[in-house]
Design a protein around this ligand. Structure first.
Ligand code: ADP
Ligand code: MG
Length: 257
């Protein structure tokens, strides 16, 4: 049994009279990809925002590891081990790939009010810290497939490579849980294929929620599949079972996206 890293129960988010997410429960396990699909406006991004703390839920709870993180700020949830990519990019375009990932790796260093190592030696403390940052940096660049682009200015990367860089920056914060909102959006066939390979590489060590419209990618990657329509889960299970579900066919899969 894979380790349960995130569990959300009965999540609801109301915007005025609209229930954008209505009583949704989700579990994420290490080594598994849980894909969430559904038409535009189904509530997929809102669900992502509820899990990451970017939006407080109207009802329901989110447990990360064994900690109830409901109502926590996104920063605190991130330090607790949850990483997410945003649809709007966080990349610093004038900086190189290496510099961008380094900044992300540095942001992970705990800011302690009192650091006992300081009393031993500032130099030694810095060396230990820099080693930790360096390890996270190298691992993130390697996993993202951007080793050959390390010294390239981010603004000159292709769209697909920028999305790879975004994931590298998220990985550099060493999350156990990753929430990816449409990582293949706007990609051509070759770029999408590279992203699928990237997701395969990072899957074993992480619990991943993948919101995605690209059905080929979803069926290539997902271990669990949840279908949302109008804020509610209309089907959930193994991808092959969900695919043959008549309600899902009618609501979503039959359409050409
Ligand atoms: P999806 O990601 O599945 O396309 P969203 O989660 O973005 O869907 O949106 C779900 C519904 O909630 C939509 O009807 C959308 O208009 C509404 N919605 C999303 N965010 C807000 C917000 N901040 N304020 C009001 N309504 C919102
Ligand atoms: Mg969305």
């Amino acid at each position: 049994m894979d380790e349960l890293l995130l569990s959300a129960r009965g999540l609801t988010k109301r915007f005025g009279g609209l229930a954008a997410v209505n009583g949704v429960s989700v579990t994420l396990h290490r080594g598994r990809i849980h894909a969430v699909i559904g038409p535009n406006g189904a509530g997929k991004s809102t669900l992502t925002n509820l899990l990451s703390g970017d939006l407080p839920p109207t009802a329901g709870s989110v447990t990360l590891g064994s900690t109830d993180v409901t109502g926590w700020t996104p920063e605190r949830i991130s330090r607790q081990g949850l990483g997410r990519s945003y649809q709007k990019t966080n990349i610093f375009m004038p900086l190189t790939v290496h510099e961008n990932v380094r900044l992300a790796a540095q942001s992970r260093e705990p800011q302690q009010p009192w650091n006992p190592l300081r009393w031993l030696s500032d130099t030694r403390a810095d060396a230990i810290k820099n080693r930790a940052i360096g390890t996270r940096l190298e691992s993130a660049i390697e996993l993202s497939g951007l080793i050959n682009r390390r010294m390239t200015i981010a603004g000159t990367l292709s769209h697909g490579e920028q999305r790879q860089l975004e994931i590298a920056m998220t990985l550099a914060t060493e999350p156990a849980v990753l929430l990816l909102d449409e990582p293949l959006a706007g990609m051509g066939v070759a770029e999408a294929q590279r992203m699928v390979e990237l997701l395969h590489r990072i899957k074993p060590a992480h619990a991943i929620m993948l919101v995605e419209h690209d059905m080929d990618a979803v069926f290539a990657l997902a271990d669990q599949l949840t279908v949302m329509v109008n804020g509610e889960v209309i089907a959930h299970g193994a991808p092959a079972d969900v695919r043959s579900n008549a309600a899902v066919q009618a609501a979503y899969l039959g359409e050409d996206h």
